[in-house]
Design a binder for this molecule. Structure first.
Ligand SMILES: C[S@@+](CC[C@H](N)C(=O)[O-])C[C@H]1O[C@@H](n2cnc3c(N)ncnc32)[C@H](O)[C@@H]1O
Length: 255
């Protein structure tokens, strides 16, 4: 999988990547133990897949641990990486696998997606993965966001926590946290139960927060977008996921 050097050595960034992938996969497998998918084949869409480390690992683990086939679909905007994924899938004999060169948001709905996953998709590409989860009505969405630039410039002032965002580094951290909580609350508004975990110690990577969303059935209730709206309006910000999928909060949500 291109993580090792010619003599089997794992060094520097590759060692980190392996641990990030392992930590993320562990969270997903724990979820599958708690909430089993009752189908013989699990369809996994990996967004901003890069070399699809996560997809290939899930393919192996879901087969080994649960005895199920995986239909893996990877999407990434980098044509070279997509080609490499296709070659590797061929070498591994993964007949059902498909790798598509597109921006995640441009991917048309795929049939029967059970799970959308994304590890360190750049900036708003994480929001694109969330939108794919919602549009494909995936039962499970797991994302570990990467860099978050979208609201940093929007929270310099003019909100009740101004004193907290007056210092550059503090604003940087606040923007990261706020972006991820807004994403989590947005998924709740879209009909998901949401949990947050860490894929490993922040010493491994500061980008270690995992947002896991599980689709839940609602009995005759409107969207629970109270938390999303409150936070969004308190800071006067808009995150990309709302711009891409406005229908989630346009329905006049409840508290
Ligand atoms: C930091 S890499 C992570 C790759 C992989 N998920 C991993 O963890 O090894 C980010 C990837 O996102 C891809 N990317 C960036 N924006 C994208 C978008 N809007 N849609 C699809 N892929 C995107 C890049 O081509 C790159 O492969």
């Amino acid at each position: 999988m291109d993580l090792m050097g010619p003599h089997g050595q794992l060094d520097g960034r590759k060692w980190e990547k392996l641990r990030e992938v392992a930590g993320f996969a562990e969270i997903i497998i724990r979820y599958l133990h708690r909430f089993p998918i009752r189908k013989d084949e699990v369809a996994v869409l990996e967004c901003s897949c890069g070399k699809s480390y996560v997809g290939f690992v899930l393919n192996l683990l879901i087969a080994e641990v649960f005895g199920k086939r995986v239909r893996l679909i990877g999407v990434d905007s980098n044509a070279d990486l997509i080609e490499r994924c296709g070659v590797l899938a061929g070498r591994l004999g993964l007949e059902g696998a498909a790798f598509i060169c597109k921006r995640t948001i441009e991917l048309e709905p795929q049939a029967g997606i059970d799970m959308v996953v994304s590890l360190h998709a750049c900036d708003t590409a994480t929001d694109e993965a969330l939108v794919q989860g919602i549009r494909n009505q995936a039962g499970f969405v797991h994302v570990v966001p990467c860099c978050q630039n979208q609201i940093r410039g929007q929270i310099k002032g003019g909100h009740p926590l101004e004193d907290l965002t007056g210092y550059g580094p503090a604003r940087f951290r606040m923007a990261n946290l706020l972006t991820d909580v807004l994403r989590a609350e947005f998924m709740r508004a879209a009909g998901y139960h949401v949990e947050m975990d860490e894929i490993g110690s922040p010493k491994l990577t500061p980008k270690n927060l995992c947002i896991s969303a599980r689709k839940v059935k609602r009995k005759g209730r409107g969207p629970r977008d109270g938390g999303y709206r409150r936070l969004r309006d308190m800071f006067g910000v808009r995150v990309a996921v709302e711009k891409m999928c406005p229908e989630v909060v346009l329905g006049g949500g409840s508290k």
